[in-house]
Ligand binder design. Structure first.
Ligand SMILES: Cc1ncc(COP(=O)(O)O)c(C=O)c1O
Length: 377
């Protein structure tokens, strides 16, 4: 039996997405061409853009297609920073994904001042900390919307409101949130918001950035001026068609699917209560519906992932993008866990085809794996 419980790392392509991409393979014209081949491709990408706009509550001219969450985050951060000739001040949280933390670290190495906001034990940024961190030369705040590793959803409305009142640009990495929970930019005080197709059954290598009206960015690269000049290069029509279909599906099914997965998540959490030392991490009230995370006080998360892999079950330790590393999780350290516990983080993330039987089987396998590894230690 194979059970995939690592949907926060990536999701399988939905069959309707694969079908939309296959259909778009017929539309291989260059969108810049003036003939009908080009027109057809342009139609495909503009239909997809409409679907993404509907998912996000965005309007015309506000959605830029990119190669995914990493590029969107880099475009947001470096795109703002490059407007300034001299280093300014930036604010991020202490638990950002590497796709935010690393471009910010690069800016820091080039003279920018950076404040990293602390988080509480549930992984939440305190609005008053953000308020106090702002300086006259703060030009950007970036706080992750929903956390990849611990599932916590921030109070983005409150954080964004503080920035808007102060006249500071606010970016949020919503890669784990978009397609999973309702995100409506028409009601949120955000200026820039990143998303990625492969987190909600779309293709890998495809994503986008919401850019509010009036927010000027300097592009990461220069060329033919596609995507309103923000992302030069011939658009990947097939991938964009896949993103559009995934956005359409997400809009239609997100609420119902969120309820179903939320119930499965709670069931799995209850079953894992059989292992009292397995401590739930993150905020279980304001949380992604498909996401569970725990830490074990003595067993390394990687050992648990290997044991579960042998049992045919996929999960992850810490964040998928850093699971090649042996270091304790920076997120769990920032949340106040000691280094041993911060090495014992695991994440199980559910998806479209997860069933009650899967959850029950995974819980049993994990309880047994922990008992066995404890005996070996
Ligand atoms: C919160 C977050 N931001 C950014 C990314 C990077 O997105 P992509 O894989 O589309 O580059 C990920 C991927 O794991 C993520 O979880």
């Amino acid at each position: 039996m194979q059970i995939y419980l690592d949907h926060s790392a990536t999701t399988p392509l939905h069959r309707d997405v694969a079908a939309a991409m296959a259909a778009a393979a017929q539309d291989w014209g260059n969108t810049s061409s003036l003939h009908r081949w080009g027109e057809r491709s342009l139609e495909v990408i503009e239909r997809s853009r409409q679907r993404v706009m509907q998912l996000l509550g965005a309007t015309q001219g506000q959605v830029v297609f990119t190669s995914g969450g990493t590029e969107s985050n880099n475009l947001a951060i470096l795109g703002i920073a490059r407007r300034y000739l001299t280093p300014q001040h930036l604010v991020i949280s202490a638990i950002e994904h590497a796709a935010v933390a690393e471009p910010v670290r690069w800016l820091e190495q080039h003279g920018w001042a950076v404040t990293r906001l602390p988080v509480d034990t549930l992984g939440r940024v305190a609005p008053q900390d953000l308020q106090q961190s702002l300086r006259p030369n703060t030009v950007l705040v970036s706080v992750i919307y929903a956390h990849n590793e611990v599932g916590t959803i921030q109070d983005v409305a409150k954080l964004g409101h503080i920035c808007r009142t102060a006249g500071v640009c606010f970016h949020t990495d919503a890669v784990q949130a978009v397609g999973r929970v309702p995100v409506d930019v028409s009601r949120l005080p955000v200026d820039l918001l990143s998303f990625s197709a492969h987190k909600f059954y779309g293709p890998q290598g495809m994503g986008g950035l919401y850019v509010a009206d009036g927010i000027a960015l300097v592009p990461l690269h220069f060329g033919g001026g596609q995507e309103g000049g923000l992302r030069s290069g011939t658009p990947a029509v097939g991938l964009i068609a896949g993103l559009g279909q995934a956005a359409h599906l997400a809009r239609e099914t997100m609420l119902q699917e969120g309820d179903r997965l939320g119930a499965l998540r709670d069931r799995l959490r209850q079953l894992l209560a059989a292992v009292p030392e397995l401590v739930p991490t993150g905020d279980w009230q304001q949380r992604l519906p498909h996401h569970l995370s725990f830490c074990h006080p003595t067993l390394a998360g990687r050992r648990l992932v290997w044991a579960m892999n042998l049992a045919g079950i996929a999960m992850s330790s810490g964040s998928a993008c850093s699971s090649g590393q042996v270091k304790p999780s920076a997120t769990l350290l920032a949340m106040g866990y000691d280094p041993t516990a911060a090495s014992g983080g695991i994440r199980l993330s559910l998806g479209w085809d997860t069933t009650v039987a899967d959850v029950d089987w995974a819980a049993l396998a994990l309880v047994q794996a922990i008992a066995r590894l404890r005996g070996e230690s």
